[in-house]
Write a protein that binds this ligand. Structure first.
Ligand code: SF4
Length: 243
């Protein structure tokens, strides 16, 4: 070992692993490709919860429109809660699995009212993020994706990564995580997230990955040859070689 090797070892530690910077690199490449995502409409926690219960497997524009119509039709979330399930189902029929979502929505809003005494989630601001998430996940239809969306996208603005179907598919193809559910995938991805990333940065990251999943890294036909992440993607490298 020469003097310089010795200096490197003492500076960086012989057993220290190189920093895994794939997530920041992916983020930068996606920003260069798509540009800065549009600013999110930051909702109060209850409205975000309702939105997220409706959103799975549904196009963003459709969920946005259904939420707007719910506000007009019912006037308040208390009126929505007290409406018959069949009426809620008719009001949200544009989203996928409207029958199941209508039942979950009504049951969740009733349970929140029973447990807190009034229909609001504003009180969650006083709790730790992990407590908020486990509390939210007890309601019908609310898994890790919903709880992450509520804590990260709403006025709570906590650190969490909302792993939806696009996020799962893209990060698995990129080899960032093995095949796993949303909770395990989020946990593994959070280990790669730089400590300095804020809640807003995680929201931006979610949006960029989702955009890639909706455009290039689609379910049926990933367009690897034109993908900005091709140089970092083992699946893309194989696909392009075969093609
Ligand atoms: S290279 Fe292909 S598989 Fe990899 S992220 Fe891009 S589109 Fe998806």
């Amino acid at each position: 070992m020469n003097d310089l090797d010795g200096m490197n070892e003492s500076l960086f530690g012989a057993t220290q692993r190189p920093v895994d910077d794939r997530l920041p690199r992916i983020h930068q490449l996606l920003l260069e490709h798509f540009g800065q995502p549009a600013a999110r409409e930051v909702r109060d926690p209850l409205t975000q919860f309702i939105y997220s219960l409706l959103a799975s497997r549904t196009k963003t524009e459709v969920t946005d429109q259904v939420l707007r119509e719910l506000r007009v039709r019912f006037g308040s979330w208390e009126t929505l809660r007290d409406a018959p399930v069949a009426e809620i189902e008719r009001a949200i029929e544009a989203v996928t699995f409207a029958d199941q979502k209508a039942q979950n929505l009504k049951a969740s809003l009733l349970l929140i009212t029973q447990r807190y005494g009034t229909l609001t989630l504003d009180f969650l601001a006083g709790y730790r993020t992990d407590k908020i998430r486990s509390w939210l996940e007890q309601f019908p239809g609310a898994g890790p994706q919903v709880s992450a969306a509520v804590v990260n996208f709403s006025t709570l603005r906590r650190r969490a990564l909302c792993v939806d179907a696009h996020h799962l598919r893209v990060t698995q193809r990129l080899g960032l995580t093995p095949r796993a559910d949303a909770a395990m995938t989020e946990e593994r991805l959070m280990r790669l997230v730089p400590a300095e990333w804020s809640a807003e940065m995680l929201d931006e990251h979610h949006t960029l990955i989702k955009q890639l999943g909706q455009t290039d890294c689609t379910f049926n036909e990933p367009k690897c040859a034109q993908c900005p992440l091709l140089g970092l993607c083992p699946t893309g490298a194989k696909t392009v070689k075969q093609g």
